[in-house]
Design a protein around this ligand. Structure first.
Ligand SMILES: Nc1ncnc2c1ncn2[C@@H]1O[C@H](COP(=O)(O)OP(=O)(O)OP(=O)(O)O)[C@@H](O)[C@H]1O
Length: 298
């Protein structure tokens, strides 16, 4: 009987600084197979966390265990790297390589077997991301969305146990986005996937687990339903702009949607409570510049 590989990601008290700036502040995490959505505003620490998980950046102080292995030990770090796929934010590729040659080169670096096995794997991932017909195109001739899909193909090579995707759907058209969701959700049956994104629709469609960072700290770690529960009673719709510094926006029918962090009371007489979306819940959690985050959501 073959042993089931350990696919967990465990962090204990990870604090990562850049000089005097603290990017991660005492982060504890425990992730397993399925898709975890990593949310947070610009500068919250998402990319720093992803780079620590990708072993691209040392984790500073605290403990990290990836796939049952210790990334501070060189041989274990090599094993982790063979078993992980990483799509970094703004990937940049050699522009003169063809799509096929580029992935083949990545496969060599990842030590994915001999030439035939490698080429089979490159063809497989090119088909998965819908780029097989463009395999002989040079990277510089691909569109931005196609380059993003090429980066995804590179991350998918070797069926990784841990897949780290930093803003993967930037530049994808709606059809490709659905294709991406299907691909990732199938992979996440067995693998641990971490999806860092500002696209809340992708999180709603894919993630069974959400982690939200704010100024380097974990401010939410749980199921989407639990995040929605916190927002219930704080989202309203009614006529007119209630003003008073609350987060609100005009809907296409002229009514206003209003968030009342902290207060479970309507912002005006004619306002009725509505079911929160994940975006409402996220905005209530982290607050919007000029407003306070929801007391109840902290
Ligand atoms: N190489 C670096 N040197 C110094 N400071 C950095 C460096 N990289 C990131 N930072 C700082 O660390 C903090 C966290 O940045 P990080 O890129 O992890 O945030 P993020 O959540 O990924 O943001 P975004 O959503 O904008 O991509 C920010 O204050 C940022 O300015």
């Amino acid at each position: 009987m073959t042993a089931v590989p350990d696919r967990r990601v465990v962090l204990r008290g990870v604090t990562r600084r850049y000089g005097t700036r603290t990017a991660l502040d005492g982060v504890d995490l425990d992730l397993g197979p399925g898709v975890t959505g990593l949310l947070g505003r610009n500068g919250a620490g998402k990319t720093t966390l992803m780079r620590c998980l990708a072993t691209d950046l040392d984790a500073g102080s605290g403990e990290v265990c990836l796939l049952g292995l210790d990334p501070t030990r060189a041989p274990e770090r090599t094993d982790i790297r063979r078993r992980l796929g990483y799509l970094p934010q703004n990937p940049d590729f050699y522009p003169h390589f063809t799509a096929f040659a580029l992935l083949d080169y990545m496969a060599v670096l990842k030590e994915l077997g001999g030439r035939r096995a490698r080429h089979d794997e490159v063809r497989r991932v090119l088909r998965q991301v819908g780029l097989y017909d463009r395999r002989h195109s040079r990277v510089r001739r691909l569109s931005g969305g196609m380059r993003q899909r090429l980066a995804l193909a590179s991350a998918l090579m070797g069926d990784p146990d841990l897949l780290l995707l930093d803003e993967p759907t930037v530049g994808l058209d709606p059809e490709q986005r659905i294709r991406f969701r299907n691909l990732v959700s199938r992979l996440a049956v067995d693998s641990t996937v971490v999806l860092s994104t500002h696209q809340i629709e992708d999180v709603a469609a894919l993630c069974g687990h959400i982690v939200c960072l704010d100024r380097g700290r974990v401010v939410f770690d749980g199921a989407p339903g639990a995040l929605l529960d916190r927002a219930r009673g704080h989202v309203w719709e009614g006529p007119g702009d209630p003003g008073s510094g609350l987060t609100s926006w005009r809907l296409p029918d002229g009514r206003h949607r209003v968030l009342t962090p902290g207060s479970p009371l309507p912002p005006g007489e004619a306002f009725g409570a509505v079911e929160p979306t994940l975006e409402d819940a996220y905005l209530l959690l982290v607050g919007v510049s000029g407003t306070e985050p929801a007391g109840a959501a902290r």
